[in-house]
Design a protein around this ligand. Structure first.
Ligand SMILES: [Zn+2]
Length: 238
């Protein structure tokens, strides 16, 4: 194969690899950010549960305090029963005690309900905490791998760029210019000719020219799209 043609193909391969590495390098920080956000939202959920538990605990203590006072009030009213003089007073006091007892039992129900909710929330909280720990471990591992990939991509980028420089030094400035123009305008600069047509634009190549392309001995450009043509059968994988 024509040396310049071989170099052009190599250059295109290196450029494709560079593009892939650069895309990876852009993607990695986003992936890192995603992982951090996932962890942060899980932490937020756990924090909210904990805050809710604390709030309910405070509410429970408050209600237990109320219950004690109500208990005292009942005792006081009960002790007054021995001192009352009239039946009317006695009846009134009994009614008062009944009302106080109703309030007390309502309070007890409220406390039990809060305790149930606290139990439920604590169970959920333990599960969330467990999931969080697992997630932290997993995300830590993923981040480590990502950092390794970032490091590797950096190394690969340097070595591919070095290779690119070596190739471009050997290419003639005219071909280099043509390659750059084609790359910018048409993305691919070097394409195979197959079934008598340019694989870049699918336009048929005149038979005489196609014969020449098949020899891979000269730089031949597609008459339609101007891309540099080569013949596939002699792919050189160096
Ligand atoms: Zn073409």
């Amino acid at each position: 194969m024509n040396e310049q043609l071989r170099l052009l193909r190599e250059l295109q391969d290196v450029d494709l690899q560079l593009k892939a590495i650069e895309a990876d390098k852009e993607r990695y920080p986003l992936e890192m950010k995603n992982l951090d956000e996932k962890l942060a939202s899980e932490k937020e959920m756990s924090k909210k549960k904990k805050e809710r538990i604390e709030l309910l605990e405070r509410e429970r203590r408050q209600k237990e305090g109320d219950l004690e006072l109500e208990q005292e009030r009942i005792k006081r009213a009960q002790s007054k029963l021995y001192d009352v003089k009239t039946n009317k007073e006695y009846q009134a006091l009994l009614t008062e005690i009944e009302t106080l007892k109703e309030v007390r039992s309502q309070r007890e129900i409220e406390i039990l309900e809060i305790m149930d909710e606290i139990d439920e929330l604590k169970k959920e909280y333990r599960e969330v905490e467990k999931a969080l720990l697992e997630m932290e471990e997993r995300i830590g591992e993923e981040k480590k791998q990502l950092e390794e990939s970032i490091g590797k991509a950096g190394g690969a980028l340097t070595s591919k760029k070095r290779k690119r420089t070596m190739i471009t030094k050997k290419l003639s400035p005219e071909l280099m210019g043509l390659y750059q123009t084609l790359k910018e305008k048409r993305r691919t600069a070097v394409v195979p000719a197959r079934f008598g047509a340019c694989q870049g634009c699918n336009v048929r190549i005149p038979p005489q020219m196609f014969n020449e392309v098949q020899r891979n001995e000269a730089i031949i450009v597609c008459p339609s799209c101007n891309r540099i043509l080569y013949w596939e059968d002699s792919i050189d994988y160096r």
